[in-house]
Write a protein that binds this ligand. Structure first.
Ligand code: ATP
Ligand code: MG
Length: 894
């Protein structure tokens, strides 16, 4: 059975049983500050489980795309872990519970294939339950009819679930499939996890837990008022069972990538056929890693993640690099992604058609990243070689941990690569030191995460408002002014009764005309006034869905909970905000018109007078392209295109080709903003002008890089655009006056000036050289003689010491040993350059040794030229005489 069919049957089974089919959320977990990626089907339903929002359905089913980076080291070694996988889940929000959940799972697994099920042999399914959960045990035994010895009771670790923080929790029951005696010993899941493979986890959310010390130690505070069901069935694991293959890298959605890798490398897969993946050949593991990581990379980029050095982008980068590394270890050193990614795309696009239409963009990032890493490998290799040469020079044989860490941290050089390459050179690596530095770094990251977590905890205050008063009545689209009641005041995150002059507090109103920052649009500015009270609104945010909080500075009087206030948006501000936001859409459309549809926006920000837009593009825009974008945008303004706002189902908006942001989750009903019909059509909740002419002029003010493959374009809008141009004009006027040239001739005049300046510099350099030559000849002629060797000692601050020393040396006859020492006293410090000629070297004179003699062992350079510095200026002459004495000693053969 193909994976797509396994998925289809799952959805059909639960839909038939009253579940609403909910699409997968995108991989980046943008609503949860503690999570980089969605790692389970339940994540998008968390607000329902926590009671922060009311679900629009009581039963749901989904196939969720998941990433689990902690499993990365298992990939290829076990038969069942992918970094990317799909979790099929059914959910009940206060509706059915244990008995039905178990029954639904059992029925789907055991219904024969020709009747729409998976047709598993009932005798090969082994459930586990939490050891105290007699209820679940009884259901398996009495309702399903399994013999007692097939039901395993397990402890808290595997069979009690919580989110790791106070909140809902409960026991689980997991389903394992017996893959047969060739995979290991009999006896059930407690005995062998390879033979008995977990494929489905049923979580019975029935309790509330308190604060705990670790994953397993926390008190159970009581029962949840409404019990929930959350389940997860590994789609790939089920597919591997139903396709009768050894592991999930061999299913239809993955195997073709693996096969392509064997073709490229000529390495055979599965030569040492052992049934247990973890025991098989390292090359098999590498091939599986390649297949898994390429697929994961494809899915991540598909969902808008781009390689970078932090956060999600870093996870992607690491996964792609591991794939490159694995294929190199199999002997393939050229770019491999152009061969592998198309195969992965063809495997996955039947379920995710956007991978096909978006492939151009996806491949740009993937291929670009591989090329970049290949050159990193080359550069890193050079750096490692230098380090190795230095070490050998010093007679050492261990690469310090710090060097290995640098290679890792700065150049993304994996430690195993460093180890291997050092070993090739006969060196060891201080791995302990390396690991210590890694741990340090990880702890820093942990501390950051903890800081983010505490920000999360403060959210509870908002949750309370929402539960008590319901959503804020938000009238920003309809009006700029409204009376409102103060529902709550928060000072430093804690509820207070009132606030006085000078205080900065957050105010929750029952109704507000203020636009809360979102979709890249800055919050509105304005004021709150009431009986004996004035306040100015500094910021407006939506800390939890549907609740708006105003950050207000009290400018006079006192404000108290329960009071009525007048909330007024600054109308001038809103005009500017509209112009800037519509301008952002226009610039986006113009960019795509000029560069092509793959120049997609990845983020934006706008406030009155200013907009910026980040977009996917690999190289900088030329001046011509910038002007072209600007021109297209301004022409759209001149055409006075109508701006229309429409609400429609998400599916319809996608059909119309409305542009949505990657990684953004949207409600089922979306707001679509159109400018000139299909000329620009985007999902957007912002405030807009009614006609494009109201945007006014737009001027592109900057274009820059913001990370690999991401560019940023910035523009001034409305009156700011005019002011920007006016400033530029004034600048030109000033330059024109300064040069005494009419504006039309400025460019040529400046080029001519620059050219003349360069000529003058060249002439002066030449002259200096001649002077230096003349001076050097003179100095060489007056060299003193030390037992037949010519010795020149000079204190000079007007030339480059090194150049002067070498020029003097070149004026000494080649047959005669010659030593030149030039001291300088610039900046209050004496420095010294010594150079010797070949005849002097033959006499055993070394520039480096002479400098060292002068500086008591310090100094650097070669036998030909060397330098030292840092002595007090008054010692310049002393340094020179030390060199002279040393020369005398050596020439005399002492
Ligand atoms: P395991 O112990 O095998 O790693 P788990 O306990 O971490 O599994 P759950 O968190 O219960 O798994 O996830 C629910 C289901 O998702 C599992 O029963 C399994 O089928 C699937 N699953 C979990 N992790 C992976 C993975 N890395 N690759 C593929 N499927 C997975
Ligand atoms: Mg796991």
């Amino acid at each position: 059975m193909r994976t797509a069919e396994v998925k289809r049957r799952f959805l059909a089974h639960f839909e038939k049983n009253g579940h609403t089919v909910v699409p997968s959320a995108p991989l980046p977990a943008i609503d949860d500050p503690n999570l980089l990626f969605i790692n389970a089907g339940m994540v998008q339903f968390v607000p329902y489980f926590l009671g922060q929002a009311t679900p629009p359905y009581s039963r749901a089913v989904s196939v969720q795309k998941c990433i689990r980076t902690p499993d990365i080291d298992e990939v290829g070694k076990t038969s069942r872990h992918g970094t990317f996988f799909q979790m099929n889940g059914n959910f009940s929000f206060g509706d059915y519970f244990k008995s039905e959940a178990i029954r639904f799972a059992w029925d789907l697994c055991t219904t024969p294939v020709d009747k729409g099920g998976y047709g598993l042999d009932p005798d090969r399914i082994w459930p586990t339950v939490y050891f105290e959960d007699d209820e679940a045990f009884d259901i398996w035994e009495r309702e399903i009819g399994l013999p007692k010895e097939r039901i395993t009771r397990l402890g808290k670790g595997p069979n009690f679930w919580s989110m790791g923080i106070p909140g809902p929790c409960g026991p689980c029951s997991e389903l394992f499939y017996d893959r047969g005696p060739q995979y290991g010993e009999a006896g059930g899941p407690a005995v062998d996890e390879d033979r008995y493979m977990e494929f489905w986890n049923l979580v019975f959310m029935q309790n509330i837990r308190g604060e705990g010390t670790d994953k397993e130690n926390y008190p159970i505070l009581g029962d949840l008022p409404a019990k929930n069901i959350d389940t997860g069935m590994g789609l790939e694991r089920m597919a591997s069972v139903l396709q009768g293959v050894d592991n999930l890298y061999e299913i239809d959605e993955v195997r073709p990538i693996l096969d392509r890798a064997t073709e490229l490398t000529g390495v055979k897969y599965g030569v040492s056929k052992s049934q247990v993946a973890s025991e098989s050949h390292p090359n098999d593991v590498r091939l599986r890693v390649i297949a898994d990581h390429v697929r994961t990379g494809l899915m991540l980029i598909g969902d808008g993640v781009t390689p970078s050095n932090e956060g999600r982008g870093y996870v992607l980068r690491r996964i792609l690099r591991r794939a490159v590394r694995a294929i190199r270890l199999l002997g393939f050193e050229e770019p491999a992604f152009p061969h592998l990614f198309p195969v992965a795309r063809d495997c996955m696009s039947p379920s995710y058609p956007e991978l096909e239409s978006d492939y151009e963009r996806i491949s740009q990032y993937a291929y670009g990243e591989e090329e970049a890493f290949l050159s990193t490998l080359r550069a890193g290799t050079t750096i490692l070689d230098t380090a190795v040469a230095d070490l050998k020079g010093e007679g050492k044989s261990e690469l310090p941990g710090k060097r290995a860490f640098e290679l890792h941290d700065t150049y993304g050089f994996p430690i195993d690569l460093t180890l291997e390459m050092a070993a090739e050179q006969g060196l060891t690596v201080d791995e302990k030191g390396f690991r210590a530095l890694m741990t340090e770094q990880r702890q820093r990251a942990k501390a950051d995460a903890a800081a983010r977590k505490s920000a999360h905890a403060d959210m509870s205050a908002y949750g309370t408002f929402l539960t008590e008063h319901g959503p804020t009545d938000w009238v920003a689209y309809e009006t700029l002014e409204s009376d409102a009641k103060v529902l709550g005041i928060l000072a430093a995150g804690k509820p207070v009764e009132s606030a006085g002059e000078g205080d900065i507090v957050e105010i929750i109103l029952d109704r507000t005309p203020f636009y809360a920052e979102s979709g890249g649009q800055h919050a509105d500015a304005g004021s709150l006034t009431g009986q004996g009270f004035t306040g100015s609104v500094l910021d407006v945010q939506r800390p939890v869905k549907k609740l708006i909080a105003h950050k207000v500075q009290v400018t006079g009087g006192e404000i108290a909970v329960g009071q009525t206030v007048h909330a007024a948006v600054d109308p001038e501000w809103r005009v500017g905000a509209r112009q800037a936001h519509s301008g952002t859409h226009v610039v986006h459309a113009a960019l795509r018109q000029v560069l092509g549809p793959s120049a997609l926006q990845s983020g934006s920000f706008n406030r009155p007078g200013y907009l910026r837009l980040d977009f996917s593009w690999r190289k900088g825009l030329s001046n011509e392209t910038r002007s072209e974008v600007e021109e297209v945008a301004n022409r759209a303004v001149r055409k006075d295109l109508p701006v229309a706002v429409e609400y429609m189902p998400l599916g319809r908006a996608r059909e119309l080709g409305a542009l949505a942001l990657f990684g953004e989750t949207y409600d089922e009903e979306v707001r679509v903003v159109e400018i000139g019909g299909e000329w620009s059509r985007e999902l957007c909740g912002g405030t807009h002008v009614a006609h494009s002419s109201q945007i006014g002029p737009m001027v592109v003010t900057a274009e820059s890089s913001v990370g690999s493959g991401q560019r940023r374009i910035e523009a001034a809008t409305g009156i700011e655009a005019y002011q920007y141009l006016a400033r530029e004009r004034d600048l030109v006027t000033r330059i024109s006056e300064e040069l005494g040239a009419p504006r039309g001739e400025l460019a040529e005049r400046v080029s001519a000036l620059v050219a003349r300046l360069k000529d003058a510099e060249r002439a002066s350099a030449k002259l200096n050289e001649q002077l230096l030559g003349a001076e050097a000849a003179e100095r060489a002629a007056s060299a003193s003689d030390i037992a037949g060797a010519a010795f020149v000692a000079v204190v000079d601050d007007s030339h480059d010491s090194r150049k002067l020393a070498q020029a003097i040396r070149d004026h000494i006859a080649q047959s005669r040993p010659g030593v030149v020492a030039v001291a300088a006293t610039k900046g209050g410090k004496a420095s010294l350059v010594v150079t010797v000629n070949a005849a002097a070297k033959a006499k055993g004179l070394s520039a480096k040794e002479l400098v060292k003699a002068a500086f008591g062992g310090r100094g650097g350079g070669s036998d030909d030229v060397a330098q030292g510095g840092g002595a007090p200026a008054s010692e310049a002459n002393g340094l020179l005489s030390t060199v002279g004495e040393q020369v005398g000693r050596i020439v005399a053969g002492e």
